[in-house]
Ligand binder design. Structure first.
Ligand SMILES: Cc1cc2nc3c(=O)[nH]c(=O)nc-3n(C[C@H](O)[C@H](O)[C@H](O)COP(=O)(O)O)c2cc1C
Length: 338
């Protein structure tokens, strides 16, 4: 193996490992990477799909999209430019090397050396500190310019982010309560949540990241069905902004792009000191998802709600949610065999 080949496979393996820091629904980390001598493949792990909560796989694929964006940015930070083949797009299936490989979501190919990208390097640092902080946000609202930057980062990925006005936030609050009662009355959904909040094997949500009591919020956050140990304090997140990530189609190819946009927007938010909490309950329940479509006045399909705000600077936030060891998510066998 030449020095350049070695540098490329090292960069691909590093990108796949770093992508493990991406956010995922219930911290399911439903991805697996295969490092080839000159390409990187992303596959979905259907064993970790929330089959009751997310039967269509919307949040599953969205989570994988976030990991894909993390990998792309890590490669750019190391000075590699890749062509991205996204597989679920029906128009792209013809180009898939193996159309029967149903779990293959994306390939990063045709890697060329370009200069290191300082902006990408900064975002890689943000990957290390980004996390979900479910406490109420601080009293100072986020600035319009911060919101514009976050929206533009999502738009680069082909997905729109719209801030909700006051009336729309109230509609969202009603929809979120409805979604919560639908989900809490469904024993299959309750069992799934209980499963992912009681794991001790580096997936799922530990008690340390879940609020010890329901925070005071305009839009209720997810009821995880159990109290955590994260102190929430007396604050009310009146200063929070709410935004909808949405797009023209509601299919796997756009869910993947939505995940890339989530990662792009969230990393930009982290760079700007803005806290992000995804709220997916309203997307999971078909009735409230349809209501959110109404909020968008038919302009598109909602993928995810985001709560945005300034994290409380006076208290330490929650610890980082654990991640699976790299060996369990990154397969380097094919690269080592050459
Ligand atoms: C598609 C998606 C949906 C999510 N939905 C919620 C949610 O409804 N409520 C919540 O508190 N966190 C939600 N999260 C945040 C995840 O629980 C979080 O990313 C994961 O536990 C990993 O933790 P970290 O973001 O701190 O690294 C969601 C994340 C993703 C990617």
């Amino acid at each position: 193996m030449s020095q350049t080949d070695h540098a490329l496979t090292t960069a691909l393996a590093q990108a796949a490992a770093t992508a493990g820091r991406a956010p995922s629904v219930h911290n399911t980390q439903p991805w697996r990477w295969r490092v080839l001598p000159d390409a990187l493949e992303l596959r979905v792990v259907r064993d970790r799909q929330l089959t009751a909560t997310d039967p269509e796989g919307r949040l599953l694929v969205l989570s994988c999209g976030a990991a894909l964006h993390h990998a792309r940015v890590t490669l750019a930070a190391e000075g590699w430019q890749a062509v991205v083949e996204r597989i679920p797009d029906p128009d792209e299936v013809e180009r898939t090397p193996n159309p029967d490989d149903a779990d293959l979501l994306a390939r990063l190919t045709s890697l060329t050396r370009v200069g290191t990208d300082p902006e990408a390097m900064h975002l890689v640092q943000c990957m290390r500190i980004r996390h979900t902080d479910r406490r109420p946000v601080g009293d100072e609202p986020i600035t319009d310019s911060a919101l514009t930057e976050i929206t533009e980062a999502a738009a680069v990925e082909g997905v729109r982010l719209q801030q909700l006005d006051r009336d729309q936030v109230l509609q969202l609050a009603t929809a979120a309560s409805q979604a919560d009662s639908v989900e809490s009355e469904d024993p299959r959904l309750r069992a799934e949540l209980a499963y992912w909040t009681s794991r001790a094997d580096n997936v799922g949500l530990p008690a340390a990241v879940l609020p010890e009591s329901p925070p005071q919020t305009t839009v209720p956050g997810r009821d995880f069905g159990r109290a955590g140990t994260l102190p929430v304090g007396p604050g009310h997140d009146q200063a929070a902004a709410y935004a909808l990530l949405y797009g023209d189609e509601d299919e796997p190819s756009t869910w993947l792009r939505a995940g890339e946009a989530l990662s792009a927007g969230w990393l930009t938010a982290t760079r700007l000191g803005v806290s992000v909490v995804p709220l997916s309950g309203v997307i999971e329940v078909p009735g409230t998802r349809a209501e959110l479509r109404g909020v968008l006045a038919g302009m598109g399909h909602p993928y995810l709600v985001l709560r945005l705000g300034r994290a409380d600077p006076t208290h330490a936030g929650p610890p980082h949610t654990p991640r699976l060891p790299v060996e369990q998510v990154v397969d380097t066998t094919a690269a080592r065999e050459t």
